[in-house]
Design a binder for this molecule. Sequence first.
Ligand SMILES: Nc1nc2c(ncn2[C@@H]2O[C@H](COP(=O)(O)OP(=O)(O)OP(=O)(O)O)[C@@H](O)[C@H]2O)c(=O)[nH]1
Ligand SMILES: [Zn+2]
Length: 343
Amino acid sequence: MKRQLSRRQNWRINKIQEERAARAARREHKTLEALEGGDLGPEQKGLVIAHFGVQIEVEACEGELKGQRIRCHLRANLPALVTGDYVVWRPGHQGDGVVVAQLPRHSELCRPDPRGQLKPVAANVDQILIVVAPLPEPHANLIDRYLVAAEHAGIRPLLVFNKADLVTEDNQASLEALLSVYQSLGYAVLSVSAQSRTGLDQLQQSLKGCISVFVGQSGVGKSSLVNQLLPEVQTPVGALSEFSGKGTHTTTTARLFHFPEGGDLIDSPGIREFALSHIDRQIVTEGFVEFRPWLGRCRFRDCQHQHEPGCALLGALAEGHIDPKRMESYRAIIHSLPVNTSY
Ligand SMILES: Nc1nc2c(ncn2[C@@H]2O[C@H](COP(=O)(O)OP(=O)(O)OP(=O)(O)O)[C@@H](O)[C@H]2O)c(=O)[nH]1
Ligand SMILES: [Zn+2]
């Protein structure tokens, strides 16, 4: 009986929400019609700064309005836009505007939505800053997961080793051993301290001219670094959770910030946690860059690289071309995948 009731209540709640959404959509449609009926300004390029339900905040990239932020309505039939998207838009007469087209993306960061479907959450990201620190103790496995995600998205990763001030005689050797694995694979590693400001100039240099995101385990100092790099916080970093609308699943709402020294940041709690809930065996295998020369060379086409005879990866491991720690990490990631993922 109780169950029935709550199902009924759920249905009512859903219905009310649907009606509310439909009313908002009708209102939006009217506004849009009025705007498009009047004469709009010229088509021009803009950058999506943030998304607010049916509207988006666009920064003008050119013309008289360059640098200004405009609340824009979305012409019907546009693909879903995300922060970092470049668009074509037309100014209206009341400080608003209409987005008329999306320009092509060169990269996408995706996350599963509540239904498990992959959705882009940020576009045109050039660089993923994977933040690690002596504390909390870094896990190679987690770093490798971020690297796989970056490789899969085709976005350059940069390892940012924060809290360099916490390096001591006791932990130095193991930290250097951990990081040298990545350096020898060709990944850039930058040693910094948000606290003592060591290395921040160099970090600023590597942010210039591109859109970056920060990822990494909780407590490594992402907020601290962002606070150092964005001193005149355009939106308080502490208020990031406001965008996530506490307790809802919309934690993926991202916002674009400009670093005063150049370069952009896209940030949101959802992006910081951007990890790998949505990868399969093939993505992981290809995400280990040093495996690439050996892929497709195993005796068996469906080789799982575990203990099969004639496995090219195992051969490369035995000959010292693959670091045993990375192989161990690879296996741990594969092991953590839901069973039956396709190869
Ligand atoms: N010693 C030292 N402490 C730091 C440094 N950077 C950050 N911290 C400290 O580390 C703790 C965590 O920093 P946050 O910036 O909140 O870390 P976060 O990665 O944003 O954490 P989440 O918000 O949980 O994801 C805070 O107590 C900071 O003061 C650093 O360079 N050196
Ligand atoms: Zn194999």
